[in-house]
Design a protein around this ligand. Structure first.
Ligand code: ZN
Length: 158
């Protein structure tokens, strides 16, 4: 079963279907939810064990910060956002988010994301190339080995 890490937008919008995945979030994200209805819903889900609150370790946090610095997303990311990225990286989980900076940094780390608001329309498939060594993502038109680590680039739907 897949593990998913929910950010604040996911806590507001996503249906936590335990038949499809196990859900995690972090303490900072839980504290970021201020809307009373959303908070009540989240607290109920935590108490029922439908969402487990966990925090990433320092090494994963450093990795997430480093990636965000390289993609230029660091100024747009809160501590809670970075924790979401770090936790997903650490647990090999999918991030549920509508935040572009989180999506972008996650992609850089090879962490998958899915939208918090399900629109019910099939998404257009876009192609990119992903390095099989370091996981960096490049444009579909990029050829040759990864300029960073020299590994092969594989075609991938994004
Ligand atoms: Zn590489």
């Amino acid at each position: 079963m897949e593990t998913k890490v929910a950010d604040a937008s996911a806590l507001l919008h996503t249906v936590f279907d335990l038949r499809t995945a196990k859900f995690l979030t972090t303490n900072s994200v839980a504290q970021e939810v201020l809307d009373e209805n959303a908070k009540a819903r989240m607290d109920a889900a935590i108490q029922a064990g439908r969402i487990v609150v966990a925090d990433p370790d320092a090494k994963s946090m450093a990795r997430a910060k480093g990636a965000a610095a390289e993609t230029g997303d660091l100024p747009s990311l809160s501590k809670a956002d970075l924790e979401v990225i770090a936790l997903a990286f650490e647990k090999n989980a999918v991030i549920v988010t509508d935040d572009y900076a989180i999506q972008n940094t996650a992609r850089y780390l090879g962490v998958k994301t899915e939208p918090a608001v399900q629109e019910g329309i099939s998404r257009e498939v876009k192609w990119a190339r992903k390095c099989e060594g370091c996981g960096r993502i490049y444009d579909a038109g990029k050829s040759g080995p990864c300029p960073v680590c020299g590994s092969r680039l594989l075609k991938k739907a994004v």
